[in-house]
Design a protein around this ligand. Sequence first.
Ligand code: FE2
Length: 73
Amino acid sequence: MKIGKVVNQAINKQINLEMWSSNLYLSMSMYLQYQGYAGMAKWLMRQSKEEMDHAYDMMDFVNRRGGCVTILP
Ligand SMILES: [Fe+2]
């Protein structure tokens, strides 16, 4: 079943929010790495990757249903 326009837009918004979250975790990870907190930096890096996985899963969902994924700048 092809995805509807409203649902496509809603998922696109969530995809971009997942990527925003990933970047936030990544920036915190890099800061803590610089400050010498390697363990906390590693944990935050893992969270960053997890958020990107959420985004990838939703991208796959939209693509499989004939929708269009829009990545914002
Ligand atoms: Fe997420």
